[in-house]
Design a binder for this molecule. Structure first.
Ligand code: WQD
Length: 344
């Protein structure tokens, strides 16, 4: 069965391609390489033994989207990752985010909406909840005004899909709201490849560990939490990838009782910044150089998922512990580092 993965050379996309191939799916990747590299195809092939089909297409080019689906009429499912995702950059360049994250979604749905049956998985985010009032966060928690254009593109994206599903009964869709993805495939053949200075905590920690960064700045230590630092739900990228396969199979089998569903994807456990640092120190055996600095604008204090719905309805459960996830992140960073050292 052929599945399209847009953004399939990116961090979560590439790991999902591995999970799809491991489950016997034929995968076609669309990626415009704006935040990824074609070398990722080799990493995927080393893990699964099969190099996925790849087309370098920019989904902002509507005619390319139309011709793609003419060439691939046998696509049974679409997992849509392709989007810009840097919160800070979205504030300084909102139109690029609305054009890329919303425009491409509209073009994809326009090609899919009149098929007899379409199975569409949308990459969403816990960002839609803002600072939720209650922990753990359930799918019924209210969506709050987005703190950034990036977060708004996830909220608006979900609304566009929901509204289209209402009038196009052949369109079956699931939005997956990720908490904090981290880590890398245990083989260290693929992983997170942040371009430039990482905004996210875990790659900044591992880059500090290998000496690429001088020290980690911990953004705020006076929050109303046990150790004063923010709490998040860090989920291993392969657990996340497997959830995408299960969500797609739910749609393919017609088990979905509504043609639009939403699931939180997290471990259900919150970890503070200091606890993540301690995890790094345990798995690497190294002390991390870090300093406490002022809070980062826009950070929520606490966010971790209620996993009941994903466990009970999708039949999915995260299995990787924080230390195992951190070990995979560290192994990946060390491997990249050696490569760069050899080639420098
Ligand atoms: C986690 C914690 C920071 C960096 C993420 C993604 C965002 C979106 C939503 C997908 C916070 C602290 C971080 C650093 C730090 N992803 N931190 N020093 O903010 O939850 O947002 O999820 O939709 O793109 O970034 O994750 O890793 O940026 O921060 O102290 O150098 O680590 O303050 O408390 P966040 P994060």
């Amino acid at each position: 069965m052929k599945v399209l993965v847009t953004g399939g050379l990116g961090f979560i996309g590439s790991h999902t391609v591995v999970a799809l191939q491991n489950d016997g799916f034929e995968v076609v990747i669309i990626d415009n390489l704006s935040n990824s590299s074609e070398d990722v195809l080799d990493g995927i092939a080393k893990i699964t033994g099969e190099k996925p089909l790849f087309e370098n297409i920019d989904l902002r080019d509507k005619s390319s989207v139309i011709s793609f689906f003419k060439r691939h009429p046998d696509i049974e499912g679409v997992i849509h990752f392709a989007a810009y995702k840097a919160v800070g950059e979205s504030v300084t360049n909102p139109l690029a985010y609305y054009e890329n994250n919303i425009g491409t979604l509209v073009y994809l749905l326009q090609e899919l909406q009149d098929k007899k049956r379409t199975n569409f998985i949308f990459s969403s985010s816990c960002t839609v909840y803002g600072q939720a009032d209650e922990m753990p966060i359930t799918e019924n928690a209210p969506v709050k005004p987005a703190e950034s254009p990036y977060g708004n593109t996830k909220q608006v994206g979900e609304e566009i899909i929901k509204d289209t599903c209402k009038v196009k009964e052949g369109l079956n869709a699931i939005s997956l709201r990720y908490f904090n993805p981290m880590g890398a495939h245990p083989s260290a053949e693929i992983g997170e490849l942040p371009i430039g200075v990482p905004q996210n905590l875990v790659p900044f920690i591992t880059q500090t560990g290998v000496g690429l960064r001088e020290s980690l700045s911990v953004f705020g230590h006076d929050y109303p939490t046990e150790d004063g630092t923010c709490i998040r739900d860090y989920i291993h990228v392969m657990d996340l990838a497997k959830a995408h396969v299960m969500a797609l199979k739910r749609l393919l089998s017609g088990e979905n009782n509504k043609n639009y569903e939403v699931y939180n994807l997290g471990t259900g456990k919150g970890s503070s910044v200091l606890e993540v640092i301690q995890s790094y120190e345990r798995v690497s055996g190294k002390k991390l150089d870090y300093k406490m600095v002022d809070r980062r604008l826009g950070d929520v204090i606490t966010a971790y998922a209620s996993t009941n719905k994903a466990n009970k309805v999708l039949g999915w459960q995260a299995e990787t512990t924080l230390d195992q996830a951190m070990k995979s992140a560290w192994d990946w960073e060390c491997k990249i580092r050696n490569y760069q050292e050899v080639h420098v």
